[in-house]
Design a protein around this ligand. Sequence first.
Ligand code: NI
Length: 203
Amino acid sequence: MQKRKRKPTNSQPAADAVVEEEPCLRQTAPLQLRYYGDPVLRKKAEPVAEITDVELQLAEKMLITMYATGNGIGLAATQVGVLKRFLIVDISEVADEEYEPVMLFNPEILSAEGEAVAEEGCLSIPNVTADVKRPEKVVIEGINVESEQVRIEADGLLARALQHEIDHLNGVLFIDRLSGLKRQLLAGKLRQIQLAERPGGNR
Ligand code: NI
């Protein structure tokens, strides 16, 4: 998911510059984001059986990838082409209260209540935003990077971001939650994203 108010987009990955000076940081370069139209975004991710160094590296790389966008507040592994049930959410820059970044493996929604409508965007669907109706409060369980089972009671933006990322792990995009008419209005923009030429190809 992405912030509502965008920072100027000149905050593109400064990673190249860093890599030149410090070759050892090469491994922390941002991962390639997958965009609308990429079939991987429609696949269901698999639960993670054990959190090993591979998963921890994925977590670190996803954080770097999300922060490099300059406007990301959440990212699911699916969005970097990894079909593992893992998400990160960091709303600390846009929230009034203090929040720690959430990094969760195998997240499950235990309960949901209420209803709220708010604008969403997605790093995989650039320049498209829409109001989405979701439960207002959720209780989510998952496993953190220390391999501990944790439970998060969330409302507001945190609840929304967590649900948005869990949707990704099930191959669901926020535009799927819009009415047919609203989606039709976005069809042109979505088509543009599908047809956009990107470094590394469109997969
Ligand atoms: Ni998204």
